[in-house]
Write a protein that binds this ligand. Structure first.
Ligand code: CA
Length: 233
């Protein structure tokens, strides 16, 4: 599970990062609101911890950008000073899921993250991913649909893995290219489109299984649950 962490105070950031890494989380950290939003654009995360007072923005504005600009509904915990009740109310109204009062305490932070992950259905077990009839077993590097083994090329497998562990998140073509192919100047983002179409077909992702891979114009793809109203009869 990857945590996006926004904190401008270095000693606090180093401390919390060490707690998170020690628990086996991956961490994407930034120390300005603007830098954080840029970072998240190309680095999807599973949960966010947001500081409230930043040099360039307020936590509430970062939260609004995450929800609107990045169109992300990842769970968000924010950290605030003890006396800022008005801030807490604003953050919860802006769509934060939980808050912690500084100074942060390790046990409490980890417990809140765990409980939030459980509530939000964020998967912590990345060796076996399930999406309707699709089961990806990362230990065996195999994918089955309705129990039947599906043959995928190694790149298609990597792409399927990347998309299945980021359900609901917008993944840019650049991000997918980096995750699956590594940085390679000889490839262009059109390659991603070809492979996405292929796994959509091989894994039969569509209305029958209740999920689709949505193409987000000029940006990338999102594997998402089809809302009842959108189901094509
Ligand atoms: Ca701060």
């Amino acid at each position: 599970m990857r945590i996006g962490y926004l904190e401008d105070e270095k000693s606090q950031a180093d401390l919390v990062k060490s707690w998170l890494l020690g628990e086996g989380f991956a961490v994407t950290h930034a120390d300005t609101g603007r830098g954080f939003i840029n970072l998240l654009t190309d680095n999807p995360v599973d949960m966010l911890i947001l500081d409230w007072q930043l040099p360039d923005m307020e936590g509430v504005d970062v939260l609004a950008s995450v929800r609107n600009q990045l169109n992300s509904n990842v769970p968000v915990i924010f950290a605030t000073q003890r006396d800022a009740e008005a801030d807490i109310v604003r953050a919860l109204q802006a769509g934060a899921d939980d808050y912690l009062v500084k100074p942060l305490r390790k046990g409490e932070l980890l417990a809140r993250l765990e409980s939030l992950a459980r509530r939000a259905g964020v998967t912590t077990d990345e060796t076996r991913l399930t999406l309707g009839p699709i089961v990806l077993d990362n230990a065996a590097q195999k994918v089955t649909v309705n129990g039947e083994l599906v043959k995928l090329t190694p790149k298609d497998y990597q792409l399927a893995y990347c998309m299945l562990r980021n359900v609901g998140k917008l993944l840019s073509r650049d991000y997918l290219l980096r995750e699956v192919w590594g940085i390679d100047a000889s490839l262009n983002t059109r390659t991603v489109d070809v492979h996405v179409s292929r796994i959509r077909r091989s894994l039969n992702i569509g209305p029958e299984i209740g999920y689709c891979i949505k193409t987000v114009y000029q940006h990338g793809y999102r594997l998402e649950k089809i809302q009842a109203l959108e189901v094509v009869e």
